[in-house]
Design a binder for this molecule. Structure first.
Ligand code: G16
Length: 560
């Protein structure tokens, strides 16, 4: 690092002192905390993103969002050149950077890291970082901090893309680095044209029996506003957006949104008895999660939740069906025995009934810890990998090989059997690969894929929901003195530390038929999460409560 670079960094870093007594860590989705203490963190992540761009010689994304968290929180995360999450190898550096005590230490750390990573400073426009933010009021000033961080790396350029959903920014980064069309308009265009293609391939006889309107809860975040734009390009799908974040509609994520609906299993604000039986969906605050639900008739605010596990099951069924049409022996064509590996990735939060169902379909199901970064990596090991968290975060990944094979098949079939069922299947799979956001889970592209598959199957939401019966479950959170005191293993299903806690969980679980419970430290909130599943709701509630009491006894303030 030369003297000029050092001076610029020192000067700008001194404008962003770190808050006293706070230690932040790059969790399941970057840094998250109360927005008031985040300026220095975002500034430093700006530097990190510029370094990542220098290192990879690619465009990097920086998103300012706290997704499902309350509106007073905010956060920052980095999108790697592939459009996926920041490589885990750089996370310790992110932690060290965010917590460096002063400007001198910070610059020292950057200099050593750059040396180790062979990053050289000083080129002319040698790095570019694309910036996006959600609709949080704190976003604007944090964006400014990010810009200053980026521009304190000499030659780095910050390009502000304004308000975006998180998946849009990831998609744009991915497309830019593949030298494909990459504007927001291109994003809408790709989604709507692949949607159209799938709709055109729906077998004629299939219609949805219920009224066709879909009602979407936008969590009062960025997703509602973007869906309104996308909607203008869609034919054959009527969408009504509620909680779109317009003045007076309500507060971001407060009593609304995918996280609320999935965890509380009650109607979000703005929905009620008039919606009984309708197909409804909820996005989260930055539109990277999606769940469906319908309002139940004989109760005040109860819903039937159709969560990420059921979206995953729907996608898996559809992809499997298309692959088996392609491999049908009686329509033997060229190349029809291509062994396409199809893998399913879930986490410990997946309802046990969903895993049983997927296995009964003959699918390979594997588990990773919570966090898209883990699921995404695992899914990319297959030709087609489908991953979903129960909370509605997930997508489908197609390997370059399988896409190439599908393109070739498409050409072959066009000359040998135009209009055949096999050709339609190839076209559907190619359209899915365009529609679904392969950079990261994306509620907008997810909605469009669910809607086309439901039409393809001729299914109502009720029929879809009946694919299998969820085991009753309950999630709780417990405030503890130090959540990092909990260490887990085996895809977060067992507690290693503090010792004795897992034994306590085991003995509670043993009391309940079909009982299953685990705990893990949240990566986005300062709490320990408790999950419990059992044969009845009462039992699941009881198990969750008693496990939460143990957590409190071992680690908490002794309040439960
Ligand atoms: C983020 C991650 C998700 C993960 C969730 C878990 O979601 O992107 O993969 O499931 O955090 O949160 P926690 O660690 O608090 O349980 P989001 O939608 O908040 O970005």
């Amino acid at each position: 690092m030369d003297e000029q670079q050092r001076r610029v960094l020192l000067e700008s870093a001194s404008r962003f002192p770190i808050p006293q007594g706070v230690k932040l860590s790059y969790g399941t989705a970057g840094f998250r905390a109360d927005a008031s203490i985040l300026s220095s963190t975002v500034f430093r992540v700006g530097i990190l993103a510029a370094l990542r761009s220098l290192k990879t010689q690619s465009v990097i994304g920086l998103m300012i969002t706290a997704s499902h968290n309350q509106v007073s929180d905010n956060g920052v995360k980095v999108a790697d050149p592939s459009g996926g999450m920041l490589t885990q190898e750089w996370e310790p550096f992110a932690d060290a950077l965010a917590n460096a005590v002063d400007a001198e230490h910070l610059v020292q750390m950057i200099s050593e890291f750059a040396k180790k990573e062979n990053i050289s400073f000083g080129g002319v426009q040698s790095a570019e970082v694309l910036l996006g933010r959600d609709t949080r009021p704190s976003g604007e000033s944090l964006l400014e901090a990010a810009k200053q961080g980026i521009s304190s790396v000499v030659g780095a350029v910050a390009t502000d893309l304004g308000i975006l959903t998180t998946p849009q920014l990831h998609w744009i980064v991915r497309s830019r680095n593949k030298s494909k069309k990459s504007s927001e308009t291109d994003y809408f265009e790709q989604l709507s044209s692949s949607f159209r293609c799938l709709m055109d391939l729906i077998p004629r006889e299939m219609t949805i029996s219920e009224t066709d309107e879909l009602i979407v809860d936008g969590a009062n975040g960025v997703g509602g506003e973007k869906l309104e734009e996308l909607k203008k390009l869609l034919n054959g799908l009527v969408i009504q957006v509620r909680n779109s974040g317009k003045e007076g509609e309500g507060v971001l994520n407060q009593g609304v949104g995918a996280d609320f609906v999935q965890k509380e299993k009650v109607v979000p604000s703005g929905f009620g008895q008039n919606d009984v039986g309708m197909r409804c969906a909820s996005l989260d605050g930055d539109a990277d999660r999606l769940v469906y639900f319908h309002v139940l008739s004989k109760s005040d605010n109860k819903i039937e939740l159709v969560d990420g596990d059921k979206i995953l099951s729907l996608f898996a069924l559809f992809i499997k069906e298309q692959l088996s049409i392609l491999n049908k022996k009686e329509e033997k064509e060229i190349n029809d025995d291509h062994p396409v590996s199809l893998g399913i990735v879930q986490t410990a939060y997946a309802n046990g009934a969903s895993t049983d169902y997927l296995k009964q379909l003959g699918l390979e199901v594997v588990f990773t810890p919570t966090g898209v970064k883990y699921l995404h990596e695992k899914a990319s090991e297959y030709d087609i990998g489908i991953y979903f968290e129960a909370n509605g975060h997930g997508t489908i990944l197609f390997s370059e090989n399988v896409l190439c094979w599908l393109e070739t098949r498409n050409k072959e079939l066009a000359s040998t059997s135009e209009g055949s069922e096999q050709q339609k299947s190839v076209k559907r799979l190619l359209a899915v690969s365009e529609l679904i956001n392969q950079a990261v889970g994306d509620a907008l592209s997810g909605v469009l894929l669910v809607e086309t598959i439901l039409r393809h199957m001729g299914w109502s939401i009720q029929r879809w929901s009946e694919l299998y019966q969820d085991l009753p479950s309950r999630q709780l959170k417990v405030k503890v003195v130090d959540r990092t005191a909990v260490i887990t293993t085996n895809a977060e299903t067992e507690v290693v530390k503090p010792s004795g806690l897992q034994e306590a969980i085991n003995s509670e679980t043993a009391k309940y038929p079909k009982g299953r419970s685990f705990i893990r430290p949240s990566g986005t909130e300062d709490v320990i999460r408790v999950y419990a599943e059992a044969s009845t709701q009462e039992a699941a509630d009881g198990l969750a409560k008693s496990v939460a009491q143990h957590v409190d006894r071992f680690l908490g303030f002794g309040t439960t």
